[in-house]
Design a protein around this ligand. Structure first.
Ligand SMILES: CC(C)(COP(=O)(O)OP(=O)(O)OC[C@H]1O[C@@H](n2cnc3c(N)ncnc32)[C@H](O)[C@@H]1OP(=O)(O)O)[C@@H](O)C(=O)NCCC(=O)NCCS
Length: 249
């Protein structure tokens, strides 16, 4: 069914879009849409985490008015997980008090809407759900994500939703043997903000210097990404880029 939606350029009826959590019965469709929409292959462990809600929060979009009766089938989704600020690649992009060990972030893992339902505001609504959820966590300081540098619809979407493009990561994605840059977009919430006072800037410089040392260590250790498969990966050369610095866009 999803295949036919992917080939059918537009739907002909008036849709009634509803949002709900992703559940185990969505597994097959979820895998199919990921495979159709993304050049990166995800491990089955990732899909299991999504449908079982283990470490991943998710929202599905469904069309209750589908004439084919598939009124509970996914036509869009967003997946995200909570990351502690101290373990993230964006600690230096936040006015972050390292004594507050409990502060966290929501990282958007994947977002997609099948072709037939594009430009109806579904992705906008899914991102709003993520922002609402993140904002309800008092210690959450931001929502952030990566997007491949040529994905204009997604870049347009995040910019329109007031995400800030704060960094360009060179060669972040490795797809079919080719490296592609990514942009890092961030949306501050709950008083989260970029560092700006002189003291905070000094802290930032110190942190980047420390990160530089960590980069050397991580290169030696050749850290492996967890979910994407094989050589079609997000390189996740996070520490590398943090150090190289300050390649903001
Ligand atoms: C990116 C994506 C999720 C957007 O989904 P969507 O439901 O169509 O998004 P919305 O309807 O909420 O908003 C789409 C916006 O992008 C704009 N847009 C669409 N195609 C565009 C393009 N080629 N270039 C620039 N903007 C574009 C639309 O005009 C609309 O903006 P507007 O509201 O200012 O008119 C969808 O295109 C998709 O699933 N793409 C494949 C997977 C993907 O790239 N995911 C994101 C990974 S980071």
């Amino acid at each position: 069914m999803i295949q036919s939606l992917m080939m059918n350029p537009r739907i002909k009826h008036r849709p009634t879009i509803c949002y709900r959590p992703i559940k185990p019965s969505d597994l097959e469709t979820l895998e199919q849409i990921h495979s159709d929409l993304f050049p990166i292959r995800y491990e089955s462990e990732f899909f299991q985490s999504v449908v079982n809600g283990c470490d991943v929060v998710s929202w599905a979009a469904v069309d209750r008015s589908r004439p084919d009766g598939q009124s509970d089938e996914l036509i869009g989704f967003v997946t995200a997980r909570i990351i502690m600020v101290k373990d993230s690649e964006v600690a230096d992009l936040l006015s972050y008090d390292s004594s507050r060990w409990d502060q966290n972030l929501v990282y958007i893992l994947t977002l997609g809407v099948v072709d037939a339902y594009r430009n109806l505001g579904i992705a906008t609504a899914l991102i709003r759900e993520v922002i609402k959820y993140a904002s309800s966590i008092p210690v959450c300081r931001a929502v952030y994500l990566h997007v491949i540098s040529y994905n204009n619809p997604a870049i347009h979407l995040y910019t329109k939703m007031s995400f800030k493009c704060v960094r360009r990561l060179h060669g972040f994605y490795l797809i079919h043997g080719h490296h592609y840059d990514s942009y890092l977009f961030i949306y501050y919430i709950n008083g989260g903000r970029s560092p700006c006072s002189p003291l905070e800037l000094i802290t930032l410089i110190v942190r980047c210097t420390k990160t530089g040392l960590k980069t050397v260590a991580s290169k030696l250790m050749m850290a492996k990404p967890k979910w994407p498969k094989g050589n079609e990966t997000q390189s996740k050369r996070m520490t590398n880029t943090e150090c190289s610095g300050l390649e903001y866009v």
